[in-house]
Design a protein around this ligand. Structure first.
Ligand SMILES: [Zn+2]
Length: 190
């Protein structure tokens, strides 16, 4: 009954219209649309015709090989910290912060781009845990589906859409660079 629940929902995502469902936990209604107000996974309660966004929680400590989703808290040159919200698609409320590992040679060989910061503050990023040594969590963007999954324009806050190699703001036309995940802009329910 809730086959969509593996899809990650991002705040603001449209889930349904009010004619279809009642807005439940983790949602809000605006202009007749039910939208998410939290990161999570969607649950459709068809019996009560209610739609909710829930966080599946994990107590897991990030370990090498885990895939995390987090939000960039600071991004200066090659010093990028990411607040971890999901570990292997389950929510983590432990407040872990990982450091993104960015070697210049990796940047150059894998992405054809040099000396560019791959993400900005506020972006949602999918990354792989490269190591966790005494809770110093090192993250990498080198896995095939890693990269920025959601970002907004740093000038106006508008939606950034993917073009060939960049992201472009639909509001003001500003062009920005990110290392984007293959599913950038599609990390939500269909
Ligand atoms: Zn803009």
């Amino acid at each position: 009954m809730d086959g969509d629940r593996e899809h990650l929902i991002i705040p603001g995502d449209k889930l349904a219209v009010i004619e279809e469902f009642e807005a439940g936990e983790g949602t809000y209604v605006k202009d007749g649309a039910i939208r998410a107000n939290t990161l999570g996974v969607v649950h459709k309660n068809l019996a009560e015709r209610k739609i909710e966004v829930k966080r599946r929680r994990t107590c897991r400590i990030p370990a090498a090989g885990d895939v995390i989703i987090g939000q960039v808290e600071s991004a200066q040159a090659y010093d990028i910290s990411i607040r971890i919200y999901f570990i292997n698609n389950e929510t983590s409320q432990k407040g872990f912060v990982g450091m993104l590992l960015l070697r210049e040679d990796e940047n150059r060989s894998n992405r054809g781009v040099k000396n560019r910061i791959p993400c900005k503050v506020g972006d949602l990023v999918r990354a792989q845990v490269a190591a966790n040594v005494d809770m110093i969590i090192v993250l990498s963007l080198l896995c095939s589906n890693c990269g920025v999954i959601y970002a907004v324009c740093s000038l106006c806050g508008g939606k950034l859409v993917k073009t060939d190699t960049r992201l472009k703001c639909v509001e003001c036309g500003n062009v920005e660079y990110r290392v984007v995940a293959p599913d950038y802009g599609r990390v939500k329910i269909p």
